[in-house]
Design a protein around this ligand. Structure first.
Ligand code: HEM
Length: 117
């Protein structure tokens, strides 16, 4: 008897690791899709998907895509999303990253200065 096929599960932080135009995952109705290769095939262009991501549920359903779009989806699916909803990166989060990146750079420069003087 064959075991049931394994269903991969992902969480919001997995999505944030695949959040560039060269490696782009989205969520649609609780399922995770790798749309990297599809972006350039999308009839309405790649940007509209990225602008509506990573959780494209509202955008995708709002347009009322025809059956043809769902055929693509079955080729792109990776698995299920474990946590809901996906956390969009907030402005505060972005500033936080900028803060730590700047602090890291300054400390690096300071360490270099101490080591070379
Ligand atoms: C992986 C996700 C998506 C797939 C597989 C997909 C697929 C498709 C397909 C096959 C069409 C052509 C439909 C036709 O034959 O009439 C289409 C059109 C369109 N899609 Fe998507 N789509 C996706 C995501 C999105 C998202 C997130 C948006 C944002 C709102 C969007 C907006 C549109 C629009 C506006 C059109 C109409 C283009 C036109 O007729 O000129 N799509 N999509």
């Amino acid at each position: 008897m064959n075991p049931l096929p394994h269903v991969w599960e992902f969480n919001a932080s997995d999505l944030l690791l695949h959040n560039t135009p060269d490696d782009y995952w989205v969520v649609l109705d609780g399922k995770v899709y790798d749309v990297t290769l599809f972006l350039d095939l999308h009839p309405a262009g790649r940007n509209i998907i990225i602008d509506n991501g990573p959780d494209i549920t509202r955008g995708f359903l709002g347009i009322g895509h025809p059956e043809r779009a769902y055929d693509y989806l079955s080729d792109l699916v990776l698995g299920d999303l474990k946590e809901d909803p996906v956390q969009e990166p907030t402005t505060a989060h972005r500033y936080n990253l900028l803060y730590w990146a700047t602090l890291g750079l300054l400390l690096g420069l300071f360490a270099y200065h101490c080591a070379t003087s």
